[in-house]
Design a protein around this ligand. Structure first.
Ligand SMILES: O=C(CO)[C@H](O)[C@H](O)COP(=O)(O)O
Length: 210
């Protein structure tokens, strides 16, 4: 069954815990966004895992170097999954995977900004990562002409386990799953909703029906 990942792009531990408490019944993975981790440090990872030990806690580190060191920090803090940039060298990804294996956890490669996301997804899957995030970041989404369809089309031809992040919402989540994504990542569609719990519930139901 495909999973729903809530991306918490808020800035304080208090806000993140409050949102997670509302949406936890409907999500599989709780992502601590990069700005949140940069603002609060690894303590937000520890707090989230303590509050939701039954959920996968995803630390969106976007590691670009020192893969083993940075991943080890997050796993020791309680993370189940960490991200490494697809644009990082293979040595960085291999280092993070080494730390993951030592902790019994996993690495996700973030293809944000990478020119050929599908090719990189196929390359890094051979390095032992859990899955690859086909990702259009917040800044890319705000550029003229962006459409999530580009990620959906990439997922359909990736041939390796992928998630999709970048404007996932109730109108496109079925297509995201039908294209083969094993995880749908939703940030603003949930934390920006008037009723985040209702938004997460609707996304959950759409994923299960896809
Ligand atoms: O990692 C991120 C930005 O770097 C976001 O969490 C991701 O893009 C999902 O956000 P949204 O669903 O709001 O587009």
């Amino acid at each position: 069954m495909a999973k729903l990942q809530v991306a918490i792009d808020l800035l304080t531990t208090e806000e993140a815990l409050a949102l997670a408490a509302k949406v936890a019944p409907y999500v599989d993975i709780i992502e601590l966004g990069t700005p949140l981790i940069k603002n609060m440090g690894s303590t937000v990872i520890t707090a989230m895992k303590a509050a939701h030990p039954d959920k996968l806690v995803f630390a969106d580190l976007k590691t670009a170097d020192a893969g083993e060191l940075e991943a080890d920090i997050a796993f020791k803090a309680g993370a189940d999954l960490v991200t490494v940039m697809g644009a990082a060298g293979n040595a960085t990804i291999i280092g993070a995977v080494k730390a993951a294996k030592a902790h019994g956890k996993g690495v996700v490669v973030d293809t944000i900004g990478y020119p050929d996301r599908v090719k990189r997804a196929q390359e890094v899957t051979a390095l032992g990562v859990e899955f690859v995030e086909l990702h259009a970041g917040l800044d890319e989404q705000w550029t003229a002409g962006y459409s999530i369809q580009v990620l959906i089309d990439e997922a359909a031809r990736a041939g390796v386990p992928v998630s999709i992040a970048g404007g996932v919402n109730i109108d496109n989540v079925s297509a995201v799953i039908q294209a083969g994504a094993i995880v749908a990542v939703a940030g603003a569609a949930i934390y920006g909703a008037e009723d985040p719990a209702a938004a997460a519930k609707a996304l959950r139901e759409a994923i299960d029906a896809a």
